[in-house]
Design a binder for this molecule. Structure first.
Ligand SMILES: Cc1ncc(COP(=O)(O)O)c(C=O)c1O
Length: 254
């Protein structure tokens, strides 16, 4: 198996053209984020799946940074495998993850890691057979972490109550505000400007981000860092004033 990594020319996005140049009839699977975990840039899943299928490849989308924020129709978008979890924009904490695999692929994508939950006869305890459950259950593993699932329910209830479209709109409005304020403060914004092409992340370029993130944390401002950036993710429960405070403090620290 050969791994080909498609770099981002602008440091923000990986356009379809760049992916198209790397996908050929030898490509088995294209794995990408639905929303970039550094720049918040959105991947056009529908366009990418069309490209993949034209050339006989499958498309796997890691939607951790999208689920709960972007209404997504995996069937209409032509995704073959969609993996996500409750950690981010489902506000459900760590420990609960999930996957969807296009039903037509269940018969051909055989699990290489199994557990008793993936067995066709889970309670038969027949150690001399390896028969997978029909449907998506074949991709399950062992006993799920029930405390994690209980915690995740709280977030899911919130997301259901407010609704994904409203959550997405509010989050991107806060992102727009952050970008405008950061521009005005002379900070280097590393985000897609058009809210339609962005998830919930707005990154600010900072050569050494960790001390900045630590300093903000002492003031109760919780942001994250990745190499070369402070990663800001204002969520629906944040106020415009909190976004202003964040930018003010960043401008002072940088
Ligand atoms: C794109 C993406 N995928 C997956 C994860 C989570 O992976 P894990 O559950 O292995 O920590 C994250 C963040 O933690 C993420 O940003």
């Amino acid at each position: 198996v050969e791994l080909e990594v498609v770099p981002s020319a602008d440091g923000l996005t990986v356009p379809l053209d760049a992916l198209a140049a790397a996908i050929d009839e030898r490509t088995a699977i294209v794995a990408t984020g639905h929303v970039s975990f550094t720049t918040g840039a959105l991947t056009d899943l529908r366009g990418l799946s069309a490209l993949c299928h034209e050339r006989g490849a499958l498309l796997l989308a890691d939607a951790y940074q999208a689920t709960g924020l972007l209404p997504t129709d995996v069937v209409a978008d032509g995704v073959d495998a969609y993996v996500s979890g409750t950690l981010k924009w489902l506000f459900g904490g760590p420990g609960t993850a999930f996957a969807w695999v296009r039903p037509a692929l269940h018969a051909v994508l055989t699990p290489t890691t199994t557990g008793w939950f993936s067995s066709a006869r889970q309670f038969a305890f027949a150690v001399d057979e390896l028969a997978f459950a029909p449907g998506g259950r074949r991709y399950e593993l062992g006993t799920p972490s029930m405390p994690s699932a209980a915690i995740a329910r709280g977030g899911l209830e919130l997301v259901r109550e407010i609704g994904v479209p409203r959550l997405g709109e509010r989050t991107r409005d806060l992102g727009d505000l952050l970008i405008a304020l950061a521009d005005a403060a002379g900070l280097e914004v590393r985000a897609v400007r058009d809210a339609e092409g962005r998830g919930g992340i707005v990154a600010i370029a900072v050569a050494e981000p960790k001390p900045v993130v630590d300093a903000l944390a002492t003031e109760g401002i919780i942001v994250d860092y990745r190499p070369g950036i402070v990663r800001c993710s204002p969520a629906f429960y944040n106020t415009e004033d909190e976004v202003r405070l964040l930018v003010d403090r960043l401008a002072t620290l940088l």
